[in-house]
Design a binder for this molecule. Sequence first.
Ligand SMILES: [Zn+2]
Length: 326
Amino acid sequence: MALVNSKKMFEQAYKNGYAIGAFNVNNMEIVQGITEACKEANAPVILQVSKGARAYANHTYLVKLVEAAVAECPEIPIVLHLDHGPDFETCKSCIDGGFTSVMIDGSHLPFEENIELTKKVVEYAHARGVTVEGELGTLAGIEDDVKVEHGAESYTKPEEVIEFVTRTGVDSLAIAIGTSHGAYKFKPEQCTRNEEGILVPPALRFDILEAVSEKLPGFPIVLHGSSSVPQEYVKMVNENGGKMPDAIGVPEEQLRKAAGLSVCKINIDSDLRLAMTGTIRKFFNEKPDKFDPREYLKPARANIKEIVKHKLINVLGCAGKADECK
Ligand SMILES: [Zn+2]
């Protein structure tokens, strides 16, 4: 099937208590690892591209890689989504260039300006069958050009969501309930430590999620910055020449809980980066004589596939849901 927008996926995800995985793509191995996992698990998927990915790989290459995945996986619905669209022009260029969903991130703007910008993108997108994600509230952390210091983040205000959604016409809304971008989601002083010395992060603000959902029944909510930063990969990185002390993510049980509520899209990027980097570091460390990129990219791609499969089955709950999302 051709690329789809996110409408049907979110309707089904909301109704049936699961979330769609939104995974960032930057190159061929990442696209293949993700979509092979989704094909095997019969799961719908959102492949998302950030401004940084477009700058790295070039818009045309990314679109063609995703089109290749669509041809290779005709049995699963795939959305091509712009992650953190910074302005109207970038959204327009992606909509004109084949994307089926875009995010316009006006979360750093004053409320009225965020509404104005988001509404403009929605009008352009909806006229072309493209769905739009908006954002209210600010996440801490680093993602490409989006950088917010810990302490400068702000939770979504539930009293603002009805007005924002009604006036903009957005199809989904990213909210801030304590998730964060990157592999260092919480400062050590925000956490406790378990007996192995591993940081234990503070819980997500489910009270805010519930207050938002009460105001917007049936409306799909999005969580950004929702990698769990698996400690086995942090260890693999650190044992093979890397240096990522105190890297920490959102516990998977909390994401599973959110997926059962109104959260219909969960963004996962750092976990795939860690799987890829840990695998390649280990390969280089163990086989210093090797220099064929295919030899180290192959296990890296296999581990991306494995971690995505785990997310689909154990965290998102969307395995086996491809058919109902078509
Ligand atoms: Zn994000």
